[in-house]
Design a protein around this ligand. Structure first.
Ligand SMILES: O=C(O)CCC(=O)C(=O)O
Length: 251
């Protein structure tokens, strides 16, 4: 048994997501938040973890760190938090079978950081690696409507995948009602990789960091290394890019 209640599991099955308030207590959160500060301060490094930047919406010409991925092999604390942990146990309970870590990322959303167009995570080529993922969003900094918290559509996770490699179109969203999910540090949102979601830009003066930890069923194999190898080739982090070549974020 995990820390989830019957109501959480029921909500996850019914809506495609479940919000668990205070999954991590203040002490645990203080440590996780310190670890986020640590990896945030890592230098750009080709061939290791992956750091992506964006143009600031607030200050033209300024580049902002917007995402960091694949850092748990370079941070013992995160490696222990993600594997053989109460988090992995909760995800396994939602799958109804053992889970394996697929990927992790921190979305930093600094002031002036952009939002995310509505999409299903599986649209980002994940079908090459498994048929379903569950992601745990761990709230690091308070997230609200003003700084771009998660917005999600309940009950649409069973209708399959929309277009590959494209965010949702206006027509596809006609019947969808997005709800805002403000979160406090320590709160968790578990969501299915077919659940439509997105978020608005951060136009406040404080950063809004959310950690996303994604798992698939162990019975579908451990595809993490292959996924990150492919990503390094197809959408390399900024410090591995060829000069003059254009790289476009799709989903
Ligand atoms: O960080 C956010 O605001 C949403 C992130 C998201 O939807 C994603 O990375 O797929």
């Amino acid at each position: 048994m995990s820390d989830l209640t019957k109501e959480h599991i029921q909500a996850f099955k019914h809506d495609g997501f479940a919000i668990v308030r205070g999954f991590y207590n203040d002490q645990e959160m203080a440590q996780i938040s310190r670890w986020v500060d640590e990896v945030q301060a890592y230098p750009d490094a080709p061939g290791k973890y992956q750091r992506y930047y964006e143009d600031s919406l607030a200050e033209p010409g300024r580049r902002l760190l917007n995402r960091m991925e694949n850092f748990s092999p370079y941070h013992e604390g995160f490696a222990q938090l993600f594997c053989k942990s109460k988090l992995e146990k909760a995800i396994s309970e939602l799958f109804g079978e053992p889970a394996v870590l697929f990927k992790e990322k921190i979305n930093f959303k600094f002031p002036g950081g952009d939002g995310f167009k509505p999409h299903q995570d599986h649209q980002a080529g994940w079908w090459e690696y498994n048929s379903l993922c569950i992601t745990a969003l761990i709230c690091i900094d308070e997230a609200n409507k003003e700084n771009g918290c998660l917005e999600i559509v309940p009950g649409k996770h069973k209708i399959g995948m929309f277009k590959e490699w494209a965010p949702l179109g206006e027509d596809e969203m006609k019947e969808m009602a997005f709800i805002s999910c403000p979160t406090q540090p320590g709160d968790m949102i578990f969501f299915d990789s077919f659940t439509p979601h997105g978020s608005q830009p951060n136009l406040t003066d404080k950063q809004r960091r959310l950690l996303f930890v994604t798992y698939n069923r162990l019975s579908e194999g451990d595809a993490r290394e292959r996924y990150y190898e492919d990503k390094r080739k197809n959408y390399p982090q900024d410090c591995e890019r060829e000069e003059g070549k254009e790289y476009v974020f799709r989903v």
